[in-house]
Design a protein. Structure first.
Length: 160
């Protein structure tokens, strides 16, 4: 593997894979992810994996593609109560597993400074905009993985 970092995303929907490819991210369907990670790491597995979906399957996949002494960080709200944790796998690979919620209030000024300076453009991930009255439509699109990020506004917005 080269010294540069590679970002590979597990994307279940064709729409989402197309969107991610437009950012130069390798986007594969879940059943291809392990094969791709092994290929780009010479069979070692990823040294760090960020799981940001919040499902049992996503966390299991993250643990499976992490390499020896790798770190798996699950970001956001992961509230599963029934997932059998693969302790044998985690022990054998000496994995570090972290659950991270973050602190948006404390980090707000730093993040907004990056946005103002043009170093971060959050609008790139917005796939849909809706007025508040159309919020159920926006949530349905997210739930069906047809939307990446939905912005709700107080104004009437034509759906796209």
């Amino acid at each position: 593997m080269s010294s540069t970092n590679q970002e590979i995303r597990d994307s279940a929907s064709r729409t989402e894979r197309g969107w991610r490819v437009s950012f130069g991210i390798a986007a594969v369907c879940p059943e291809e992810l392990g094969t791709l990670v092994r290929a780009v790491t010479g069979g070692r597995g990823a040294p760090a994996v960020i799981e940001a979906v919040g499902t049992d399957d996503a966390l299991r996949c993250a643990l499976e593609i992490a390499g020896p002494r790798g770190t798996v960080s699950t970001v956001g709200a992961h509230h599963a109560t029934g997932m059998p944790f693969p302790t044998g796998l985690a022990f054998a690979r000496e994995l570090t597993v972290r659950f991270t919620v973050g602190d948006p209030i404390t980090l707000r000024d730093q993040v907004l400074a990056l946005v103002r300076a043009g170093r971060v453009d959050p609008t790139r991930i917005v796939s849909h905009r809706f007025g508040l009255a159309q919020a159920p439509t926006g949530y349905a699109l997210i739930d069906s993985r047809q939307a990446v990020k939905v912005v709700l506004t107080t104004e009437s917005v034509a759906p796209h």
